[in-house]
Design a protein around this ligand. Structure first.
Ligand SMILES: Cc1ncc(COP(=O)(O)O)c(C=O)c1O
Length: 457
């Protein structure tokens, strides 16, 4: 009998997050201070993030316990299902066995609440009144809006202007959960005002929205900043995805040859692959491939530099060594707003530099074609970000058809696209365009990276 999905019981939800840092060949180098560019002390991060998260960011512990209060909220939708894409395999006429972890079952509709709930919990523990944050497509903002209300905290969201207009229902969702949402750049912060002075028509960027959120947090008593991707503690919280998937793949009697996921800042995919890539680091699965899929509009892994850069446009956040297309780069207004971040999780960058993971980039039209192929076979209408993972999976499945190999492909289906139907509509009307980032624009943005002094012995 065909089995379509693999489900875990509530008590099989992971009790600990997996921290990859002690297992990495080259752990990411430490952050630098945004002004002095010297080594950043943990105290420098204290005005920005709650203390337990700063400790997790640098923790040498391999396993970190998930507080019961966090697990209780996560249990509203976790463990999430793992599907075998039986109908899509048939439609593609491929001998590949395709599995996907479906994170669209959370109330906000993506993987993002996995860390939002944890961050809200630690924020409350510290006695905070509220969190300020940025959001691109609105998935992260809605996740934090959802999470903060469980812990009686306020939430202020700076939403990238282009997405604010493209996705009004995401704003309504955040407001329903009690958050205050403004388009970014806004006139509420110095960072926002200075950008608007130069370009009042700007579509905004995640880098600018991050600057505004950090400024808001550090200038309001009892507020801190919450980040939905990129940093180590977010990758850590997302490992519930991969830890569940490992159990579910075992139930299916398979192990992935290829892991696929879309990457904006890297959190959904790292969440899935870190608990598997551990087997590649220790040499037990040397041939497993891990494909990070980004947008050609913001190709940090495939065309950016692996160098120190500011995490935000106004240069107020930590300076991290990461693949970057430049902190003040404003990507083309693709519908996959969550893939418009200029940098990438330092953990992923270091794993790529050491040759453990690889990257690919796709354009808007081809990812939407893959999303349609998937929707018609499997039913789920995915977010445009997620569609990037579908396109890479599609290509690998077709390669299997041509070679006759029956590889096992597992991808992270990071979120549904129910608030992204404008992208689908534009595709149906032939109004969607591809964007190719010019070499000139890229080089101009890369010329502004900081010159970071070597560490003093
Ligand atoms: C559904 C979905 N997938 C993926 C991403 C990309 O973020 P990350 O790379 O941190 O998973 C986003 C970001 O907003 C998203 O909403």
């Amino acid at each position: 009998m065909t089995q379509y999905k693999y489900l875990l019981e509530e008590d099989q939800m992971p009790t600990h997050w997996y921290n990859i840092l002690p297992d990495m060949k080259t752990p990411p180098p430490p952050y630098r201070h945004p002004v002095t560019l010297d080594l950043m002390a943990p105290g420098d991060l204290a005005p920005v993030f709650p203390q337990p998260l700063i400790e997790q960011e640098m923790s040498p512990e391999r396993w970190i316990e998930i507080p019961d209060e966090v697990r209780d909220v996560l249990k509203m939708w976790r463990p999430s299902p793992l599907y075998r894409a039986v109908r899509w395999e048939k439609a593609l006429d491929t001998p590949a066995r395709i599995y996907y972890k479906w994170e669209g079952v959370s109330p906000p509709g993506s993987h993002k609440p996995n860390t939002a709930v944890a961050q809200a919990y630690y924020g409350k523990q510290e006695g905070l009144e509220g969190f300020a944050t940025e959001t691109g497509a609105g998935q992260w903002g809605s996740a934090l809006a959802f999470a903060t209300q469980f812990f009686n905290m306020k939430c202020k969201v700076f939403m990238v202007t282009i997405s604010f207009h493209q996705k009004p229902y995401r704003r309504v969702m955040m407001e329903t959960w009690g958050s205050d949402v403004v388009p970014s750049p806004s006139s509420e912060t110095n960072a926002g005002r200075s950008i608007l002075e130069v370009d009042p028509e700007t579509t905004g960027s995640l880098g600018i929205a991050i600057s505004e959120a950090i400024e808001y947090a550090v200038t309001h008593d009892g507020w801190k900043y919450s980040l939905g991707s990129v940093v180590n503690f977010v990758m850590l919280h997302q490992t519930v995805v991969g830890l569940e998937a490992r159990q579910q793949m075992e139930m299916a009697g398979d192990y992935p040859d290829i892991l696929v996921g879309c990457v904006g800042g890297g959190s959904n995919f790292a969440g899935l692959f870190l608990p598997f890539v551990k087997d590649k680091l220790d040499g037990s699965k040397p041939d497993m491939r891990v494909i990070n899929v980004e947008s050609t509009a913001c190709p940090s892994l495939t065309r950016g530099l692996y160098a120190y850069d500011w995490g935000d446009t106004a240069k107020t956040g930590p300076v991290a060594k990461m693949h970057t297309v430049g902190h003040d780069f404003i990507p083309a207004p693709v519908h996959a707003g969550g893939l418009r971040y200029h940098g990438m999780a330092p953990i992923i960058c270091s794993l790529m530099d050491d040759g453990f993971v690889e990257a690919a980039a796709y354009n808007q039209l081809e990812i939407m074609a893959a999303a349609h192929s998937f929707a018609r076979a499997e039913g789920h209408i995915v977010a445009p970000e997620t569609a990037h993972a579908l396109k890479a999976t599609y290509d690998e499945a077709i390669a299997c058809r041509e070679s006759g190999e029956s590889k096992v492909i597992l991808f992270n289906c990071s979120g549904h696209g129910h608030f992204d139907l404008a992208a689908y509509d534009a595709y149906h009307r032939d109004e969607l365009v591809d964007y190719e980032l010019s070499e000139k624009a890229l080089q101009e943005a890369l010329a502004k990276l900081p010159e970071v002094p070597p560490l003093k012995e």
